[in-house]
Design a protein around this ligand. Structure first.
Ligand SMILES: [Zn+2]
Length: 425
């Protein structure tokens, strides 16, 4: 729920690409016929939708007129489509905006970054409703430099309500009886022109969000969790990609930890090679070569182009067109002098005393019990990293617990005395 501090941007992008391929399928969904719910007779359209026909905006003038027509307070729903599943460098390829009674799909390639839109998104007077805001916020900051304020994230809200199926499609079905189809789930939004079917499908990602947030807000309020949500939403403000030394990012890839230093050296070389190719082709890295193949290269260290063909998952086109390059990359890693080999950064041990693991275990028990009582996913209640922070800080009072880095007030409130007892030696 709060942003993971682990994982390189590279890995995040890959995760996001995979997740959005599936979950976003979720959202970006149906065609207009699906607005007539099947199997749920009598379900009316959500209140704030007055028209099912979205506006398509692809000129700066039309965009300016559209944003000028929006009130400067109230709520708007927002979604973006990138192409991380297809491209090396992701950016915003589509913007969807809903305000009460209107949904617009805007082409940022044609309209640029409308200043008025930035003002609205950054204004505290406007609540911006998104589903699973994290990636959208990163792209928004990267492409336009905007920091969206006053957020309502329907995914976060769903998790705080204890809803297990919190993808947008599942939520729309649950709250509105709408079924989304998965027709464009892997669509490449960077292509032009986009068909009317694709644009209609994209429009559905925001068309229901304002009504959805109304319903969720009421439910959160009933359960006394509105303040939890407010804290989580505030935590999303300022979300952006941190710059990371690309030369070291490969060490954060999942599985790198298990490699020997020599293998890590080869791995670093082939990852760098893959990034160069992906950048050159502007293609998502996993479309150039899967991570599993990179790990195979690191451990098998093939010496010749024919050797490459024996590696599982090795794309034939790579062997034919770039085999020599790849073998050279492997050879560079193999030739690296012993004292120049990369070393996997070990987590700091100095703050782990003998009882540290035990405290974490006891905290995990507390987390389970509280999560069960509140019908929350334990990971939503507190991530493992957070439990470790508590185990390290050994808070002796509720104030100290609430002051542990990364711990939110609501988490401290519900973990409470049980957590404090758990870290007492
Ligand atoms: Zn979307």
């Amino acid at each position: 729920m709060s942003i993971s501090e682990r994982g390189s941007r590279e890995e995040r992008r890959q995760d996001d690409a995979a997740r959005r391929g599936g979950a976003e399928a979720s959202a970006a969904a149906v065609l207009v016929r699906a607005f007539r719910p099947t199997g749920h007779p009598g379900i009316a359209l959500p209140q704030r939708i007055s028209s099912l026909a979205p506006l398509y905006i692809d000129t700066p003038d039309a965009a300016a007129a559209f944003f000028a027509s929006l009130p400067s307070s109230g709520a708007i729903a927002l979604d973006t489509e990138g192409a991380s599943f297809h491209r090396f460098v992701d950016r915003i390829y589509l913007l969807q905006v809903s305000a009460p009674g209107v949904t617009a799909v805007l082409d940022p390639l044609a309209i640029g970054a409308p200043a008025r839109m930035g003002e609205l998104l950054q204004s505290r007077a406007v609540e911006v409703v998104l589903h699973d805001a994290d990636y959208d916020l990163r792209l928004m900051h990267q492409d336009y430099g905007w920091h969206v304020n006053h957020i309502f994230d329907t995914r976060v809200a769903a998790q705080l309500l204890g809803i297990k199926a919190f993808g947008l499609a599942a939520l729309l079905e649950r709250y509105f009886g709408v079924q989304l189809d998965k027709k464009f789930q892997r669509a490449d939004w960077s292509l032009r022109p986009l068909s009317k079917g694709m644009l209609d499908y994209a429009a559905l990602d925001t068309a229901f969000l304002l009504d959805l947030s109304d319903k969720m807000r009421a439910e959160l309020d009933r359960m006394g969790r509105l303040s939890w949500a407010a804290e989580e939403f505030e935590g999303l403000e300022g979300t952006k990609w941190e710059r990371e030394d690309p030369a070291l990012a490969f060490m954060r890839m999942k599985g790198a930890r298990d490699l020997s230093r020599r293998e890590l050296a080869v791995f670093g070389e082939v990852v760098a090679w893959r990034n160069t190719v992906a950048k050159e082709l502007d293609r998502a890295t996993f479309r150039v070569m899967g991570n599993e193949v990179l790990f195979e290269l690191a451990t098998l260290q093939p010496k010749s182009v024919p050797d490459l063909s024996t590696i599982k998952g090795m794309p034939r086109g790579i062997v034919e067109r770039r085999g020599r390059e790849l073998i050279d990359a492997v050879a560079r890693g193999v030739a690296l002098p012993e004292d120049a080999l990369p070393r996997y950064p070990r987590p700091a041990r100095w703050d782990k005393d003998a009882d540290f693991d035990e405290r974490v275990n006891r905290l995990r028990g507390v987390r389970e019990a509280v999560a069960t009582k509140l019908d929350l996913d334990p990971g939503v209640l507190a991530s493992r990293e957070r439990l470790e922070s508590i185990a390290r800080a050994k808070p002796a009072s509720l104030e100290e617990l609430a002051a542990v880095p990364g711990i939110k007030k609501w988490q401290a409130g519900v973990l409470g005395d049980a957590a404090i007892r758990a870290v007492k030696n």
